[in-house]
Design a protein around this ligand. Structure first.
Ligand SMILES: Cc1cc2nc3c(=O)[nH]c(=O)nc-3n(C[C@H](O)[C@H](O)[C@H](O)COP(=O)(O)O)c2cc1C
Length: 172
């Protein structure tokens, strides 16, 4: 069955390791008939969460008006997600983490109200693609996976695959 994915490219550089790995993955999905909408976080203005807790008191509302509104709509619309990020200090890129922090509104909608952020209960799939500069070492990807597991839990999606690419900086 054809699947639809929303793919987030969280690298601070276009057409480099993470973007290329994501593009290759998307080609594979499209070759088998799946549909993918890809966005680059670099193309959006997303401000940091100010920890005002407005979203804990106002269902499905964030007080900050910026491009995150586009992402909230996509989080509602899609069941399946792909998140591609370079590893920064064993975790997501800064851009990626800023966006993930703003999904606190999704967490708050689920946690503090008697209804959920999403209107369906359909369990979705989540794929992570991480690229890291150093040769593989213990914990290189554990921060990425642990952060994104929580992010995807709020979106009712389960991690089905984590593609880990080490040693990308070998030719620097
Ligand atoms: C701020 C910063 C932090 C990084 N931290 C790590 C790290 O903790 N572990 C690692 O293996 N590589 C680390 N790297 C290397 C990147 O993960 C690697 O170069 C990645 O493939 C870059 O992706 P890009 O080509 O999409 O920008 C770091 C790079 C930067 C710029």
């Amino acid at each position: 069955m054809k699947e639809k994915y929303f793919a987030i490219m969280a690298s601070h550089r276009k057409n480099r390791n993470t973007d290329i790995a994501l593009t290759n993955y998307i080609k594979k999905l499209e070759n088998r008939g799946d549909l993918v909408e890809k966005v680059n976080l670099l193309d959006f203005e997303i401000n940091i969460c100010t920890a005002c807790y407005y979203c804990s008191r106002n269902f499905k509302k964030c007080i900050i008006k910026d491009d995150m509104e586009f992402f909230y709509k996509k989080f509602e619309e899609y069941d399946n997600f792909i998140f591609a990020t370079p590893v920064f200090f064993n975790n997501l890129s800064t851009l990626g983490k800023i966006m993930v922090d703003r999904s606190q509104m999704v967490y708050a909608s689920n946690a503090f109200f008697d209804k959920n952020f999403k209107t369906t209960n359909k369990k979705g799939k989540a794929v992570i693609i991480s690229t890291a500069g150093a040769p593989y070492y213990e914990d290189q990807f554990t921060g990425v996976e642990s952060t994104l597991r929580l992010f995807f839990k709020n979106l009712n999606a389960e991690i089905v695959e984590h593609i880990k690419i080490s040693n990308t900086d070998k030719n620097l």
